[in-house]
Structures are given as structure tokens and as C-alpha cells.
Design a protein around this ligand. Sequence first.
Ligand code: SF4
Ligand code: SF4
Length: 300
Amino acid sequence: GSSAPATDPEIAEKIANHPCYSAEAHQFYARMHVAVAPGCNIQCNYCNRKYDCANESRPGVTSDLLTPEDALAKVKLVASEIKQMSVLGIAGPGDPLANPKRTFRTLELVARDCPDIKLCLSTNGLTLPDHVDRIADLNVDHVTITINMIDPEVGERIYPWVAYKGKKYTGREASKILSERQLEGLAMLAERKILAKVNSVLIPGVNDEHLVEVSQTVRGLGAFLHNVMPLVSAPEHGTVFGLAGQRGPTAQELKALQDSCAGVDGADMNMMRHCRQCRADAVGMLGEDRGDEFTPETYQ
Ligand code: SF4
Ligand code: SF4
């Protein structure tokens, strides 16, 4: 199973009504994503940028971009219509922390007007260390970092480049910078008791044999939950942009890897197994998407 019970009361409180952090909560609480963050500062080989960020969201889907003000209006409407709405997440359509003005403006507006809603965001981690204090000040409870490798030799097959402090890096250097920043950011979150979930995209033949080591490393740095997601390979939709001919894992391969990361009786790592790879504009309970009910006409 997933989501082992937390013994620390502060942590238990944080996971109790977040549908992604608690397999139990996902039957009772709803989340919504608002798509306010268009840009990205890295290139993943499985992303062609026409679609939502594939690190947290469903591949091959394009969400309509909202302004922070429209996002707030939508959050208020959804919260009034769906009583189980407990969490607002920013997960795309690009990297939320590559768009800090739009992302933090949205979080500030929602914190101001909807103080009961928990805040959540996902990121590739490249600029995370720069933003951890602001994330903590805003009481963002949950952060997801996508970590596909801790070894730049593996990373260079996943990331053709990263743009860092005004410069574009390629090859192993790019992955070395990305990895250092991800792990630094993760440790900073843990120090502040912000719950960190790590997503990893399982790419057969590229990082499959490496992800157990990734899982142990992120656990050691304080990650609360590890979510290994399958690469969704649909070349006709361009979902594996720079990995020509790359297949996704079978369901058995995914489960075997999740089991290896979990260890015997889940002793090694707390694994998430109910992720639905939601859209960047998903609304409702996990597994049901009510986004179509909340078109711009209904809240603008
Ligand atoms: Fe695409 Fe997300 Fe990777 Fe950026 S971080 S390239 S948006 S999958
Ligand atoms: Fe939760 Fe996974 Fe959906 Fe994110 S993509 S909201 S972790 S179920």
C-alpha cells in the first residue's frame, strides 16, 4: 500500500486532507490545479512544450492559460460548488517556479481570499532554492519536485539543456546543475517541515535501474513520498519529443520498480500509487475531472 501513517502530528495534519499525500484522503477530498505558469527553464526530452508539463500532469493535454486574477475567481467558484475542495495546486502548464511572478501572485491571492485552502505546487527544482523562503512564508504545505536522476550521466539522456542564471548549459553539466539544485531545494523544504513529494518519470533503458538509488537519496534528504510515474509514449502526439523510439514501461515494470523502491513491507520509502497524472487545470476528486463545468464564462 501507499502513504504509511505519519507519526508526527504536524505532518499527520498536513496529509490528512490532501488527496495526493494520503490514499485515504483521496476518497474524501478534492483538489484543483490552475494553469497560470506557461514558461519553462529546462528541456526534458519527453516534453514538446505544446502540452502541459509532463512532470506532474497528464501528457498530451493542453490547458488554457489563466491570469492570477482569473485563477482566483475560478478557485472561489469551485470552492463554493465543490465542498470537498481542500487543495489548490499550481502544476503548469510549464514550470511554476520558472514563472515566479504569476505563480506567487496566484498563491498570494488565494491565501488572502481563501485561507482554508491548502496550497501546493510542483517544480522541476532548478530554481527551488531561491524560492523556498517565500514558499514557507506563504504557508505552502506541499511541494512536488520531479527528480529523474541523481547521476549526470543518466541525466544527459533526459535533459538536453537547462537555462540557469542567464546561461544555457548542455550535456552533463546541465544535469549536474539541475541535480544539485533539486537536492538542495529538497533539503531546504525538509528543514522547514514543508512536505515534499518527489515525482520520477520511469523511462525504460534510461533511468529504470537508477531510480531505486534516487528513491533512497531523496528519502535521506527528507522526501515524504515518492511517486514513480510511467513515461507515456505516444510518438504520434509528440509526447516523447527528444527520445525517438522510446517506449513507456509496462504496468508490471512500473509496479516492480515501485516495489523495489518501497522495500520489504514499505520499509524503505513511502510510495504513491494512486497518482492519476492530472491535467494542469484538473478540478475535483482524483480520477474525476470536473474542469469542463468551470469554463471562463462561469467565473469571469
Ligand atoms: Fe516540459 Fe515540465 Fe520538463 Fe519543462 S519541466 S520541459 S514543462 S516536462
Ligand atoms: Fe495528485 Fe498525481 Fe494528480 Fe498531482 S497529478 S494532483 S500528485 S494525483
